[in-house]
Design a protein around this ligand. Structure first.
Ligand code: AMP
Length: 213
């Protein structure tokens, strides 16, 4: 099963990706998380990606496509995948289609719809565990102890690109670059849309129904 989760930054793709992948018996991958992992390991790719990510703009297609294709082509991921945050441009969608055409292509694209006001509220209050990457929110899902992860006691931090000025740029770029990719999948009739402003569990149920239906 090969599934793509699409939606603007802050729509909840990352929150849903792992449980959906578990249900399908495949692995989830977030292109943003692959970049952040390179940054933590201070690789050349990580340093390159940081210069784009800190400004809220996309990392160039060439390096992004290469990195995600390596993940997809790793034999441990041969059962399929849930992609979170990729593809975000036409070139990425075309590269993905070409790469997995012989396997039958993408089975389902789930688009999570959330209004712009809600996205800004969510992103500017988001905190992430430095250790296990669990997301929290200052207002909607605060940790039991301020600044500390409930699961692993890791330190919580705000991503540089979740600061208010960068969030606005990220949403603008999403509208320019990624909305057309959503339309591309909508035309091919494999896209299903879910309301991302429901409770987290209800979004998950709607997504499961969208994938199996
Ligand atoms: P995310 O964690 O999905 O919000 O991604 C964080 C940042 O990583 C984005 O704002 C981009 O700078 C970069 N990024 C992640 N995925 C992609 C992609 N598919 N194409 C280009 N840049 C990406």
């Amino acid at each position: 099963m090969r599934v793509i989760l699409m939606g603007p930054p802050g729509s909840g793709k990352g929150t849903q990706a792992t449980s959906i992948a578990d249900d399908l018996g495949v692995d989830a991958v977030s292109s943003g998380e692959l970049f952040r992992d390179h940054q933590r390991r201070d690789t050349e790719l990580g340093r390159l990606a940081r210069s784009y990510m800190d400004q809220g703009v996309y990392v160039p297609d060439g390096v992004t496509i290469k990195m995600v294709m390596e993940w997809i082509n790793d034999p441990v991921h041969s059962a399929g995948f849930v992609l979170d945050g990729f593809p975000r441009t036409h070139a990425q969608a075309e590269a993905l289609d070409a790469e997995i055409k012989s396997l039958g292509g993408v089975d389902r694209v789930v688009f999570i719809k959330v209004s712009e006001d809600e996205l800004i509220r969510r992103l500017t209050g988001r905190l992430i565990c430095r250790n296990c990457q669990t997301p929290y929110h200052l207002l909607f899902s605060p940790p039991a102890t301020k600044g500390m992860c409930d699961k692993c006691e890791g330190e919580l931090y705000q991503r540089d690109d979740d600061k208010a000025d960068v969030v606005t740029t990220r949403i603008q770029i999403y509208n320019q670059e990624t909305e057309p990719v959503v339309d591309y999948y909508r035309r091919s009739s494999i896209l299903r849309e879910v309301d991302g402003e429901q409770a987290v569990e209800d979004v998950g149920k709607a997504m499961n129904a969208a994938i199996s239906g």
